[in-house]
Design a protein around this ligand. Structure first.
Ligand code: AMP
Length: 277
């Protein structure tokens, strides 16, 4: 496996399957890399698998954890290689944003409705999807992948990227993988390392709440069950809702495909999770 830092060194890996990450790789990321390997090997001449590791300053607000975001580059490279990556692309900020991160976003980048309307992540983190669309578009420009794999763990982000690619007619197929969880149900996240043991226990309330939503018979019942479980575990709720699985807009009934989504703070750590209902 090679490690490269510049877009110029990526040329031989164009047309492959890309897995964009911010590093601190765990089993969730590794499931995406394995999926990318499978997709790449399904072609007569196997395609390259490109894992990108870039902690994107554009998607962190001032005061968020950009500076202390976990960075474990050597272990990440070993893990990526063991799952079949052909190259890790780990650009510097100047490579991704040659005009500087403060420069205006490329006006061609579309921030789709699903990133602006539902009142979920974008309400708590107004800059977030602008930063995500900007970096994913720029990574695609440099990696030139045929396909890219994202996790359902970040469900609104997955729908945002699918919509951006569709609306901009980018020639990239977006693939997704289900959320990988710890044995007790906690969704794996690079930020779980910030949880002290008592907080780690309380964090289980997110997946418990989502499971309760799955067995509810109405939207109102599901949302009320989620709130009680989260509040009983002192989770400071940002949202705990059941929404249309495609638009993430509010729904009246569970007739169409729906998704339960939660976000909240456990101590100093903001966690998100979601499940199909
Ligand atoms: P991140 O490094 O957190 O930006 O995540 C990079 C990619 O890994 C995104 O597509 C995430 O949705 C995905 N991901 C993160 N955690 C998980 C998980 N527990 N299961 C599956 N995919 C995940």
């Amino acid at each position: 496996m090679q490690i490269v830092w510049t877009a110029a060194d990526l040329e031989e890996f164009h047309g492959g399957v890309c897995v964009p990450t911010m590093g601190a790789l765990h089993e969730g990321h590794l499931s995406l890399i394995r999926r990318a390997r499978e997709e790449a090997d399904a072609h007569a001449a196997p395609l390259p698998v490109v894992v990108t590791i870039f902690v994107n300053p554009a998607q962190f607000a001032p005061g968020e954890d950009f500076a202390r975001y976990p960075r474990t580059f050597e272990a990440d490279c070993t893990r990526a290689e063991s799952c079949g990556a052909d190259v890790v692309f780990a650009p510097e900020v100047g490579e991704v944003y040659p005009q500087g991160v403060e420069a205006p976003i490329d006006p061609r980048v579309v921030i789709p409705e699903v990133a602006r309307q539902p009142g979920l992540e974008e309400k708590s983190r107004p800059q977030f999807f602008i930063g995500v669309c900007r970096v994913v578009h720029r990574l695609f420009e440099m990696v030139k992948p045929r396909a890219a794999v994202f996790g359902e763990k970040d469900y609104q982000q997955l729908l945002t990227i699918r919509a951006m690619v569709r609306e901009m007619a980018l020639p990239v197929e977006i693939l997704s993988e289900p959320t990988v969880r710890e044995e007790d149900g906690l969704a794996m996240s690079s930020r779980n390392v910030y949880l002290a043991p008592p907080q780690r226990k309380r964090a289980l309330a997110l997946s418990k709440a989502l499971k309760a939503a799955r067995s509810a018979s109405s939207v109102a019942e599901a949302e009320s069950a989620m709130r009680s479980i989260l509040l009983a575990n002192q989770v400071e709720i940002d949202y705990a809702v059941v929404r249309d699985a495609h638009t993430l807009m509010p729904i009246e009934s569970l007739a169409l495909p729906a998704r339960a989504l939660v976000a909240g703070r456990v101590g100093p750590v903001r966690l998100i999770d979601n499940m199909a209902v």
